[in-house]
Design a protein around this ligand. Structure first.
Ligand SMILES: Cc1cc2nc3c(=O)[nH]c(=O)nc-3n(C[C@H](O)[C@H](O)[C@H](O)COP(=O)(O)OP(=O)(O)OC[C@H]3O[C@@H](n4cnc5c(N)ncnc54)[C@H](O)[C@@H]3O)c2cc1C
Length: 381
């Protein structure tokens, strides 16, 4: 990095979107970056399995990581039927996992500031810089702020002055992520090397293997990742998202927190609604859950503060683009900020073009996600 960095960037939100921004601004523009993350301990993986997309591969390439080294290779797609033979077709695809990407990116930024237990509370902008303050009293100032703090973004609320509540899409994603070594070998064999799915009106389940927690991609070290979308009335969320100890979760019900009576109900539903291989998989897994939520494309540029990733708008998970759109936001931001130095006026026109281009793409992906959901009768309650 140059001795005189062109600008300093504070990045709020230390998930994969925030890390992508930190890497792009540091590596491509020589900026000094500092990432501030609310979580105090180990990060909770929101998207367990991640379909490898070109934007993610491009960033890995920039940091010298071979895409295949962080992926499990699939060869075919298999559509299960409850009665009848599965339909198969050849479809090579690379799959990775949220924590595999997270660790790879963190290690690239090992010598940069990554401050955890940092919940953003206040943003103050002057003509020449932007200051942020956290719950623990810590304050810092930079030339630019990147808000990468997800679907319930505090940055978005503070900057827009508007409380944009994510809208529940009418269905939830039950999920599982199990080490293959802890599942029956016959079950793992049935699911390995393929993208396995089952679709019936109001329900869709899919499964593929991803790298292990230690990043291992070989047989024996991988994890079985599955997602089961189920239409669920809004009125049931309170019960589903409350653990046995009474804790009410908002956007993510972590593994081990599904109440015992809810777990029994979901196991029953699996038994009654899914093909045997998926029923067995649900039975053998520690469930976790996310309600699917929508945030429409948002204004992204607020003088020296910019929104990226889910903070700027979401897409339905069926498009497998949540991570790649955040990486695309970060990569294209480099073009908008190239040759800018912190002391100069911001390149407002280029930032506005960036906002328009990213929101056009977000709108197109979001529309495709709605079509994919409708195809499975998801969200049409
Ligand atoms: C059901 C479901 C399934 C999904 N599956 C996939 C998938 O398979 N593949 C895929 O690519 N994507 C998937 N996604 C999308 C994916 O989770 C996100 O799009 C992706 O993680 C990029 O998000 P992000 O970095 O913008 O935000 P997030 O990953 O949500 O991260 C935001 C970060 O900001 C932090 N934060 C929040 N508030 C504050 C604050 N006030 N101060 C400081 N820090 C704060 C949070 O702790 C968090 O670490 C899925 C999403 C859902 C809902």
């Amino acid at each position: 990095m140059s001795k005189n960095p062109p600008f300093r960037a504070s990045i709020v939100g230390g998930s994969v979107g925030g890390l992508a921004a930190a890497i792009e601004l540091k590596q491509q523009l020589g900026a000094t970056v500092a990432v501030y993350e609310r979580s105090a301990g180990a990060m909770q993986a929101r998207g367990a399995g991640v379909v490898m997309q070109p934007e993610v591969s491009a960033l890995l390439h920039k940091i010298g990581v071979e895409t295949r080294s962080v992926c499990v290779q699939l060869t075919e797609r298999v559509a299960l039927q409850r009665d009848g033979e599965p339909q198969r077709h050849r479809a090579p695809q690379l799959m990775t996992a949220w924590d595999t990407l997270y660790k790879t990116m963190r290690s690239y930024l090992a010598h940069d500031c990554y401050r955890q237990d940092s919940r953003l509370l206040i943003i103050e902008q002057s003509g020449s810089d932007v200051s942020i303050s956290f719950e623990d009293g810590y304050q810092t100032t930079a030339d630019i702020l990147i808000g990468a703090d997800g679907v319930n973004s505090t940055c978005r609320r503070l900057l827009s002055g508007d409380d944009v509540e994510p809208a529940y899409a009418g269905y939830v994603a039950w999920r599982g992520l199990e080490p293959e070594s802890e599942l029956p070998p016959a079950l793992v064999n049935a699911l390995s090397e393929r993208f396995t799915s089952y679709i019936t009106p109001g329900m869709q389940m899919l499964c593929y293997l991803v790298p292990g927690e230690d990043g291992g991609t070989e047989r024996g070290r991988r994890r079985v990742n599955w997602v089961w979308y189920v239409n669920t009335p809004d009125s049931e969320l309170e019960t589903l998202m409350t653990s046995d100890s009474g804790t009410r979760y908002r956007s993510f019900l972590p593994p081990g927190q599904v109440a015992s009576n809810v777990n029994l109900r979901i196991q029953d539903l699996a038994h009654n609604a899914l093909p045997t291989v998926f029923t067995d998989l649900v039975h053998a897994s520690t469930l976790f859950m996310q309600p699917v939520q929508d945030v429409a494309p948002q204004k992204r540029v607020y003088r020296r503060a910019l929104l990226i990733g889910d903070a700027a708008g979401t897409v339905r998970p069926h498009t497998a683009s949540g991570t790649s759109k955040a990486f695309g936001d970060a990569a294209m931001l480099v073009e908008a900020l190239s040759a800018w130095t912190g002391g100069a006026d911001l390149p407002t026109d280029r930032l506005e073009n960036w906002e328009a281009a990213r929101n056009a793409e977000l709108t197109a992906i979001a529309r495709r996600g709605l079509q994919l959901a409708a195809h499975s009768g998801l969200g049409l309650l």
